[in-house]
Design a protein around this ligand. Structure first.
Ligand code: HEM
Length: 164
């Protein structure tokens, strides 16, 4: 998965739009709302008391997005994070719902300002992060790598833009 400097710039500027318009809370509630309604099978991983992780999730997003510039240096940490997820029995194919829901939330909150390239960059970045995390799995779970139709994901139906 190639991530060009232009992809990285695009992901950062999309995320900066969320931050600068103070849409983080909307992003988070949209993310969880879409994740749980579209992929009810992953809901059991997030007990109610874990959903209050909002600020942690935001912190993680900030770190991940800013870390794209030095992703190689983060490899070991991301692999450890992968093992942590493996220990929660989260399989590789469960990363798709999370990535798709993050793109959905992005579309919802800054839809009009996103280009096709921005959407593709977002997917590529989160696929890259997920793949590194999954490469840290010890193999206790069935082997399955992330693969999905990126262009169709980038074409995800866009909804109303509450920011407008
Ligand atoms: C894009 C890939 C992902 C990233 C970057 C990510 C990042 C993180 C981070 C940084 C934490 C906090 C770790 C800690 O407390 O030390 C976390 C916790 C958690 N993640 Fe993920 N995650 C990803 C994918 C997933 C997926 C696919 C699922 C489930 C479908 C998931 C479910 C959880 C849950 C339930 C926790 C809370 C664990 C706890 O507090 O006990 N994550 N994640």
């Amino acid at each position: 998965m190639d991530l060009t400097p232009d992809n990285i710039e695009s992901v950062k500027s999309s995320w900066n739009l969320v931050i600068s318009h103070h849409l983080e809370e909307q992003f988070m509630s949209n993310f969880y709302g879409h994740l749980f309604s579209t992929y009810p099978e992953v809901k059991s991983y997030f007990p109610d008391n874990k959903i209050s992780l909002n600020s942690k999730l935001l912190e993680t997003l900030n770190l991940a997005i800013n870390g794209l510039d030095y992703i190689d240096a983060l490899e070991n940490d991301l692999k450890e994070l992968g093992k942590f997820h493996e220990n929660m029995n989260i399989t590789a194919d469960q990363y798709f719902p999370v990535i798709e829901s993050s793109l959905h939330a992005l579309n919802e909150v800054i839809n009009k300002e996103l280009t096709q390239f921005d959407k593709q960059s977002w997917i590529n970045a989160f696929q890259l992060i997920s793949n590194i995390m999954i490469s840290g799995y010890t193999g206790a779970l069935p082997e399955n790598s992330l693969s999905f139709d990126e262009p169709s994901l980038a074409n995800t139906e866009t909804g109303k833009n509450p920011a407008q």
